[in-house]
Structure formats: structure tokens, C-alpha cells
Ligand binder design. Structure first.
Ligand code: SAJ
Length: 421
């Protein structure tokens, strides 16, 4: 069986390689020439644990080939990004162009699966009509389904195989065709439904998480007001058998959770006051970080040097998209601070207006350290050794990774987001 996967990003590339190492003939397609030529030389443009080895094995076996155009196959999987536009509407341009690229090579009996996160009804209202320009009819001449990816960056290869998979067909036969395809490597349950339900499920999951993080963030502000340590309060509350409060932090980033809820708000503004507010709470959390940094440094940031540790959207991933840490760093800078930012990962493009440097350089001459991402590398920092490298004695830990007593012993004034100071 031969399949063609359009979009070789965080989802498409792991999926293509996994199908290939499970014996299918796979053509991986991307419109970015650099990605295509890089992969042909075995260079993997993304960081995800285990991915490089898997891709190289798939290419070496001859089962995975890379191309800039789709070709005839038994099945097509669309795994392109759906970012949002200025007005928070889903930007469907990549889905549209990928679907259009399939039209000339679509044949009777094929299966087409959309994996990109999309507003409810996209498969039936947008994808089906484009594919039908081929003269073939969805549900009669070819199968069409929606199957959301649900893998967690950092654990993609494991979750791709082990997670339950939802497959929503435009009819029962399409869902079953989808199941037969993914069965090749999915060990979790495969749940069949219709395509619009599957689209809704995907956005509901991410919205649920966003709303829950928003309440944790709001609790962190309340704790600050009332002189409570939110971390202690959450730990105690979570001993209730039906309570599981998530972690507060500098906000919610990434291209999924901070984006997807808007697809519902934009599509049905009259029905989504809670979802909208949760988004706004999380989006404004970097301002809370700014307020705390100002307090730490006695009010005025102007002319003060702040070493910012961590810029990615979450720990141990190389992804800077929609990162609340970047937002907080820019706010510190706008408030007059001289920001020296460090991250163990290299951004693919320079981050506008931010001065990135290595850790020692960031620490040197700083007045304060602000930790925004709980990277493993930062967990291992030794405060005694660090004390010799920096003039800073004030630390704001926005993600609760540092051990209080060790830092105090080394002479630092360590403060934490969510604990009044
Ligand atoms: N975050 C917190 N507090 C927490 C948990 C997360 O502030 O307690 C922040 C993170 O730092 C990050 C953001 O939320 O900025 C999102 O991180 P995440 O690890 O919760 O999720 P993502 O965006 O990496 O991946 C999510 C996952 N969805 C759910 O857990 C419901 C993943 O399963 C999806 O496949 C992915 O979105 C996606 O692609 O949609």
C-alpha cells in the first residue's frame, strides 16, 4: 500500500516515518524546498526526541521518499498547519492548497484524511467540495475522513502509537477505511465517529486544557493578592479526589492550545463567553510576570539588566511559536529593562527585538534573573556556581523549578510567581 502525506512538520514527519517503518510505501510532501532538500540529505529540521533516528531509518529503508508534489497513491493524509489570522479566524490557506494539490492525482477508491486542526464542518464544507473538482464524488468514489492528531510535543513518537485515535468519516465506510489505515501502527483504541464530531472533539480537548490552565493562572494572581502560596494551595486542593488543578505559569503558548479555542469563539461568539475569557486570562498572564518583575526590582525596570532564562513555549521543546515567555521578555524590555535572553534551543529565525545570548553572557552583569521555562537544563543549575557568574541576587521563578533553600543559601532572594512577596 502506498500513501502520500502532505505537510512534513511536527505531525506529518513523525507520521510519515512511522507508517514507513511499519512497512507502507510513503511519499512525504512539503512545499518548503529547504525542508525537502534537507530531508533528502537526511537532515531533520525539527527537534523531537527520537525523530531524527526514525526519519533516517525510514529514508534508508527506501520506504520513505520525499517530494515537493503529491503523486498517485492509495491514501492521502493532510497534515499542514492551521494558524490563525489577525482577527483570530482559522487560516485555512494551507489546508486549501494541500487539498487542491491532491485533486489531479485523486483516483477512484482512494482515501483522503485531514489531520490538521480545523473548525467544525471543515471536512464536509471545505475539503469535500475541493476534492470533488476531480469529478469524483466523496463517499461514492473515494473515502474521506477527519482524524485529529493528539500527540504531545516532546512525546510525539510514543503517543502517536499509544494514544487512542479518533476517526471521523463523512460516512461509515470512510471511517472504516481510515481505521484500516491507522491500524498499521496505532496500538491505542480507534474510535469511529462522523467527521464533524471528530473535528469538535479535537478542539474541545485543547479548549478544556486552556480553560483549566486559565483558572490556575487566575488562582496565582489571587494568591498574590491574599498572601498565599498558590503552589502549596494547589497541592493541598489536589488531594481532593475530584480536583486536579494544573500549573500556573507565564501563560499558554504553542500552536495548539493558544490557538484552537479561538476557532470556536470565532465561529460562535454568542455561545462562547467562558472560552473567550479563558483565552484572555492566559494571554494576559505575561503582564502578571511583568508586574512581579517590577516588584522584585523595586518598581522601576528602566536601565536594569534582566537575564531571561527560557523562551520556548514550554519545557524541552524547540518551538517558539506563540510563546508567552517571548511575550513576557518583550514586555520587560518595553518597560525599560535591558533584556538578555537565553534558551537552550536555537530559534530558526531571530526573535524580533530580543537579544539572545549564551547563558554565561546573559548572567553577567544582570540585576535579576527571571526564569520563564522549566527546561531540564535549568533544573540542573547549581546556585552556588551561578552566584559566581552573576551580579544578580534577585530571582523570579515563574515556573516553580528552583529549590528555595539551595538558592537562599547561595545568597539569592528567590521569589516565585503565585507566592506573595
Ligand atoms: N501549561 C501551563 N500549565 C500546565 C500545563 C501547560 O501553563 O499545567 C502551558 C505550557 O507551558 C504551554 C501550554 O500550556 O505553554 C500548552 O502546553 P501543553 O503541554 O499543555 O500542550 P501542547 O500545546 O504542547 O499540546 C497540546 C496537547 N493537548 C492536550 O493535552 C489536550 C496535545 O495532546 C495536542 O496534540 C496538542 O496540543 C495539539 O497539537 O493540539
Amino acid at each position: 500500500e502506498k500513501i502520500c502525506i502532505l505537510g512534513l512538520g511536527y505531525i506529518g514527519l513523525p507520521s510519515a516515518s512511522t507508517f514507513a517503518t511499519h512497512g507502507l510505501q510513503v511519499v512525504g510532501v512539503d512545499v518548503d524546498q529547504r525542508v525537502v532538500s534537507g530531508l533528502k540529505n537526511g537532515e531533520v529540521h525539527l527537534f523531537e526526541p527520537g525523530l531524527r533516528t526514525l526519519v533516517q531509518a525510514a529514508i534508508k529503508s527506501g520506504k520513505l521518499t520525499i517530494s515537493s508534489q503529491p503523486e498517485e497513491a492509495d491514501a492521502f493524509i493532510i497534515a499542514v498547519p492551521t494558524p490563525f489570522l489577525e482577527d483570530k479566524r482559522a487560516d485555512m490557506r494551507f489546508v486549501i492548497s494541500a487539498t487542491e494539490a491532491i485533486v489531479p492525482v485523486l483516483r477512484r477508491g482512494n482515501l483522503v484524511v485531514l489531520e490538521s486542526t480545523s473548525p467544525p464542518r471543515t471536512t464536509v464544507d471545505l475539503v469535500a467540495p475541493i476534492l470533488e473538482r476531480s469529478g469524483l464524488k466523496a463517499g461514492e468514489d473515494f473515502f474521506l475522513a477527519y482524524s485529529p492528531e493528539r500527540v504531545l510535543p516532546g512525546q510525539i513518537l510514543k503517543e502517536l502509537i499509544e494514544n487512542a485515535r479518533v476517526i471521523g468519516g463523512i460516512d461509515a465506510a470512510s471511517a472504516e477505511a481510515g481505521r484500516d489505515l491507522y491500524r498499521v501502527f496505532v496500538r491505542g483504541d480507534i474510535v469511529l465517529t462522523d467527521s464533524t464530531t471528530a473535528e469538535m472533539v479535537k478542539i474541545m480537548e485543547n479548549t478544556y486544557r486552556d480553560v483549566n490552565i486559565a483558572i490556575a493562572n487566575e488562582f496565582s494572581r489571587l494568591a498574590d493578592r491574599f498572601g498565599v502560596d498558590v503552589w502549596e494551595a494547589i497541592e493541598i486542593a489536589n488531594r481532593h479526589p475530584r480536583v486536579n488543578i494544573l500549573r500556573p505559569g507565564p501563560g499558554v503558548g504553542g500552536h495548539c492550545i493558544s490557538v484552537d479555542p479561538w476557532f470556536l469563539v470565532e465561529a460562535a461568539p454568542d455561545l462562547t463567553p467562558l472560552i473567550r475569557t479563558a483565552r484572555e486570562v492566559n494571554d494576559s498572564q505575561p503582564h502578571f510576570v511583568l508586574k512581579l518583575a517590577q516588584k522584585l526590582l523595586g518598581g522601576n525596570l528602566s536601565g536594569r539588566t534582566v537575564a531571561v532564562l527560557g523562551l520556548t513555549y514550554k519545557p524541552d521543546v524547540d518551538d517558539f511559536r506563540e510563546s508567552p515567555a517571548v511575550e513576557a521578555a518583550l514586555l520587560l524590555q518595553a518597560a525599560g529593562a535591558r533584556v538578555r535572553a537565553h534558551d537552550p534551543f536555537q530559534p530558526k529565525q531571530p526573535i524580533d527585538g530580543l537579544d539572545l545570548c549564551d547563558l554565561d553572557e546573559a548572567l553577567r552583569g544582570a540585576d535579576a534573573l527571571v526564569v520563564l521555562v522549566a527546561h531540564s537544563e535549568y533544573r540542573q543549575l547549581n546556585p552556588q556556581a551561578l552566584a559566581a557568574k552573576t551580579t544578580a541576587r534577585s530571582v523570579l521563578d515563574a515556573v516553580h523549578i528552583f529549590d528555595e533553600s539551595a538558592w537562599r543559601e547561595a545568597g539569592f532572594n528567590l521569589q516565585r510567581l503565585g507566592r506573595a512577596f
